[in-house]
Design a protein around this ligand. Structure first.
Ligand SMILES: O=c1ccn([C@H]2C[C@H](O)[C@@H](COP(=O)(O)OP(=O)(O)OP(=O)(O)O)O2)c(=O)[nH]1
Ligand SMILES: [Mg+2]
Length: 145
């Protein structure tokens, strides 16, 4: 288990936690002074009140919660949010209401989840030719349905 530093903006903000024994994600709670109502099609950047310090080699991914997606059409505008290991700002969640009803977010609501992952950094080697493979340049449905 990695020990990761976390700074919370003010008293009363709970640390994100795993909800079950082997959950990969920790839910992120909205840190709001007043509720936000998202009309259908509206988006908002929701603060969480937390800042983290990841070591080189670990990133955090902000992912949607499937229950909110299925029940209310709530998703992340950016697909999966990337929290770089050198980011020290507040983690924020860019959410959108894809549903057809208003969605209300209150302080403390669990709006997304945070997954800590390993990442690799690379150097490019520019070349003229790449190795041959059976797939070659085929893609995007090339192997059939
Ligand atoms: O869902 C997200 C995505 C990003 N971030 C923060 C952490 C991340 O390290 C930083 C930059 O994110 P990203 O690289 O995805 O955005 P950008 O538009 O490329 O901004 P920048 O030019 O600052 O890299 O914003 C969040 O708080 N939530
Ligand atoms: Mg960037």
């Amino acid at each position: 288990m990695h020990q990761i530093k976390i700074k919370i903006k003010r008293d009363g903000i709970a640390l994100p936690k795993y909800e079950t024994n082997n959950a990969s994600g920790m839910d992120l709670q909205a840190d709001l002074s007043s509720e936000i109502i998202l009309r259908p099609g509206e988006r908002a950047l929701i603060p969480t009140g937390i800042h983290i310090e990841l070591p080189e080699g670990l990133e955090a991914q902000v992912r949607a919660r499937s229950g909110l997606a299925i029940k209310h059409g709530i998703g992340l505008i950016n697909g999966i949010g990337t929290i770089d290991s050198d980011y020290r700002g507040e983690i924020k969640v860019p959410i959108i209401n894809w549903g057809n009803e208003d969605f209300t977010i209150q302080n403390g609501d669990r709006i997304a989840q945070l997954v800590i992952c390993k990442y690799e950094r690379i150097n490019w080697i520019p070349v003229e030719d790449l190795s041959e493979t059976k797939r070659g340049t085929g893609g995007f449905g090339h192997t059939g349905k």
